[in-house]
Design a protein around this ligand. Structure first.
Ligand SMILES: C[S@@+](CC[C@H](N)C(=O)[O-])C[C@H]1O[C@@H](n2cnc3c(N)ncnc32)[C@H](O)[C@@H]1O
Ligand code: SF4
Length: 375
């Protein structure tokens, strides 16, 4: 099969901007939702020839995709090419029964919901709109609409969060029996309001966070989840009727597959006749709408990815997974002597010189070990 098998669609609108967030988002502009969907569909038409038929995955990310005007969202979903896995990111306070039915009748079969925490105090530190009860209600609403693949996002390392607060968050998330969980360490994104207010506190607590990461992994694996990527967990197949509940869309990124991104700020990795190119749509809404309304591609940056960069990215992303990384073709990116050292320290293992993997200890140290291994 030729063509790109993974499609990302960016829906940037949010009810308000949470202080810690530096994603490409647009607050307000309720009058632009239909025009934005028109532009997305025009961009899709310009690039349709790049896509495989059928697609493997479609992912609608944000922003808050479920905050999009429902009629505009339905028009978009109905026009997107079908795929085996269709995921939408949802904020809990937007998940009403009518929205859940809209998603379900338009082919969405996976919902990734930003819970972040189940502690009202910590949710208000994050400036979240949803309460813990909103999160629970949203999961039940999705179950009532027959969704059987729900992921919850949690953030840990929130200022004021103790290890027992984190444990309560993990238990509260597990009580909802999600198929998948993503647990992210709170990052102080440069230039955000949050970093201005809490940057020093986050820097002070950074040593404790390795312990928090281990607590997350230990609790979730003990509860029957597979730690398949540094920050991602899915219910084990033996506890899920044999289903492989890893995010197929995100796996495609981690495995270095090509993908097409539509929308403001969206990124694509496109194999061309003369090599691979990373394409970034600029994050400005007015310029995006104006270009596509005139039948032109939106303003973009193009970055050629040479083989060296591609190999290094494959190693960095591949070692985040729990399956061994096949070395064939990537040898030039791996420092043999560093690999020997990491093996001696019990952080990595090499199998017949064909694959490498990080041990659990190596995975806890994560990026530091991978950085050592890169040639
Ligand atoms: C595209 S974002 C937002 C999705 C959705 N609008 C929401 O707020 O739940 C996806 C996830 O990234 C994580 N995230 C966003 N900003 C972060 C930060 N500064 N540090 C760590 N995780 C972050 C959150 O868990 C969030 O659910
Ligand atoms: S965290 Fe989510 S809801 Fe908050 S501003 Fe970012 S994208 Fe929007």
């Amino acid at each position: 099969m030729t063509g790109i098998r993974h499609l990302y669609v960016h829906l940037p609108f949010c009810a308000h901007r949470c202080g810690y967030c530096d994603f490409v988002t647009v607050v307000g502009r309720a009058g632009s939702h239909h025009a934005y969907v028109d532009a997305l569909l025009a961009e899709l038409e310009l690039d349709r020839g790049l896509l495989a038929d059928p697609l493997e995955t479609v992912y609608l990310g944000g922003g808050t995709p479920t905050f999009t005007d429902p009629a505009a969202l339905e028009r978009l979903l109905a026009a997107l090419p079908p795929a085996g896995e269709v995921t939408i990111e949802a904020n809990p306070e937007t998940v009403a029964p009518a929205l859940a039915r809209l998603l379900s009748r338009n082919g969405v079969n996976r919902v990734s919901m930003g819970a972040q925490s189940f502690d009202s105090r910590l949710l208000s530190v994050l400036e979240r709109r949803a309460t813990p009860d909103d999160v629970r209600r949203a999961v039940h609403t999705l179950r009532d609409a027959s969704f059987d693949n729900i992921s919850l996002d949690l953030i840990y390392g929130i200022p004021g969060q103790s290890a027992s607060d984190l444990q309560r968050d993990l238990e509260a998330a597990l009580a909802l029996e999600p198929e998948h969980l993503s647990c992210y360490e709170l990052e102080a994104k440069p230039g955000t309001r949050f970093t201005h207010t809490f940057g020093d506190e986050l820097a002070r607590q950074s040593d404790a966070l390795e312990g928090y990461f281990e607590q997350v992994v230990e609790t979730l694996t003990a509860a029957g989840y597979r730690w398949y990527e540094t920050a991602n967990f899915c219910r084990r197949p033996d506890l899920a009727d044999g289903r492989d509940l890893r995010s197929r869309h995100n796996l495609a990124y981690w495995l270095g597959r090509d993908y097409l991104g539509l929308g403001i700020g969206a990124v694509s990795t496109l194999g061309t006749g003369v090599g691979t190119v990373r394409r970034r749509n600029m994050p400005q809404l007015p310029a995006y709408l104006a270009a596509l309304a005139g039948g032109e591609p939106p303003p973009r940056e193009l970055e050629p990815l040479d083989d060296d960069v591609k190999r290094r990215e494959r190693v960095m992303l591949g070692l985040r997974l729990d399956e061994p990384l096949t070395l064939a073709g990537l040898e030039a990116a791996v420092d043999e002597r560093a690999l020997d050292r990491m093996e001696a320290l019990g952080l990595a293992t090499r199998n017949d010189n064909a694959t490498i993997s990080l041990t659990s200890r190596g995975r806890f140290l994560g990026g530091g070990v991978t950085a050592e291994l890169l040639a």
